[in-house]
Design a binder for this molecule. Structure first.
Ligand code: GLY
Length: 380
């Protein structure tokens, strides 16, 4: 695609997502967009799920894309809701405190320079630290800390929660957050990444002895397959851990995960929900994994030296994915939908959110468009 054609395509795509976000502001003020749509429509939900921050994240991106105050009132209401949730510890027995407070508190601190949001991020990081097991050197993913079924489970998604801890060390000067995040990322690299650079979704440790037990899927096709979204979280997440720690092995791992992901892309560049599937399988795609991977590949490309011959390749694949999403996977011709990306899969195994819009898919699609159209300083 020529540069000029690319700019025209990107500009009209940015206009499309900004219109959606503006329209959604009328409904989602203190309420949030849920994890997944139902019949392609998001129903307003209270700030209780792990996905609540993808809406405010989109509002911050929209503010930056337009450099306007048009989204400020909703952002302010959302920020109050996130502080309230943290103060009352509403449904926060999850490692996704990272997703929740990176896209609210940290984004607000960076974009609006609010000192109170810096404090909120540190308060959230302190809560996330309670999930860290010194013995196993991992952050427990799900459930309460006394739950024997969940104690000792780490999951690949958690790499995206670590930036909250990196941020807390950066602004407080206390290295405890960074050390825990680094240890968790190393355990993920050692145990969740397989020798062929596919990934387990989740992995168990014995938190009494610290011994590694084994991998298990929750949302993938099988324990030994490679869940597409997990691989995408890994590409982006290891790149971020490289960025925050300087450990070059993380960028090597991110590249290997990216290479595997790219090698499994079907003809139209939008992955199936598990990378075990290919064209002809009759399985669903996961557009949200594609959007996350596009952001991860763009960040990976940005972190590589110009002399690295993969620098341009990763950026080119990200652009191909974005062009394919724009061409065949948005709601442009589905006016009844208030989502942005069609064909996401939340959890195929429990038939939850299959062939629907995903709030994080929409967020990462807007993030990738932002990355492609302006110089953007990441919230992560
Ligand atoms: N982090 C949960 C998911 O990707 O579905």
């Amino acid at each position: 695609m020529s540069d000029e054609k690319e700019m025209i395509w990107l500009k009209s795509e940015v206009d499309f997502v900004l219109e959606k976000i503006s329209e959604n502001q009328k409904v989602f003020k203190t309420m949030v967009i849920p994890a997944a749509s139902e019949n392609l429509v998001y129903q307003p939900e209270k700030n209780v799920d792990w996905t609540a921050s993808f809406w405010v994240g989109m509002l911050f991106l929209a503010k930056e894309l337009t450099d306007s105050t048009a989204f400020d009132e909703t952002i302010k209401m959302q920020m109050e809701s996130f502080q309230n949730r943290l103060d009352k510890k509403i449904e926060l027995e999850t490692h996704d405190i990272g997703f929740l407070y990176v896209l609210s508190a940290i984004a607000d601190y960076y974009v609006n320079k609010n000192e109170s949001s810096k404090k909120m991020a540190i308060q959230a990081a302190d809560l996330l630290m309670t999930r860290y097991s010194e013995k196993a050197q991992i952050i427990q993913a799900w459930g309460n800390l006394d739950d024997p079924a969940e104690r000792g489970r780490m999951i690949i998604d958690c790499l995206m929660n670590l930036p909250l801890l990196y941020f807390a060390s950066q602004v407080t000067g206390d290295e405890k957050y960074q050390l825990a995040a680094y240890a968790h990322a190393k355990q993920t690299q050692k145990y969740i990444v397989r020798p062929n650079f596919t990934t387990y979704h989740t992995y168990f440790f014995d938190t009494e002895t610290g011994a590694a037990i084994g991998g298990k899927t929750a949302q993938g096709y099988s324990d030994e397959s490679c869940w597409a979204r997990g691989q995408a979280w890994g590409i982006y997440g290891f790149t971020l851990s490289y960025l925050h720690t300087g450990d070059k092995s993380f960028i090597d791992t991110a590249k290997k995960l990216a290479d595997y992901f790219i090698s499994k892309l079907p003809a139209d560049k939008i992955c199936y929900w598990d990378l075990i599937f290919n064209d002809g399988s009759g399985q669903e795609r996961d557009s949200s994994a594609a959007a996350i991977a596009a952001c991860g590949l763009l960040e990976l490309s940005r972190q590589l030296p110009l002399s690295d011959r993969d620098h341009l390749r990763y950026e080119a694949v990200a652009l191909e994915i974005m062009a394919a999403l724009s061409k065949g996977y948005t709601t442009k011709n589905t006016p009844q939908s208030n989502g942005i990306l069609l064909e996401g899969v939340y959890d195929k195994n429990s038939n939850k959110g299959v062939k629907e819009c995903m709030s994080w898919g929409d967020y990462y699609y807007v993030e990738a468009l932002t990355r492609l159209t302006m110089t953007w300083y990441r919230y992560w």
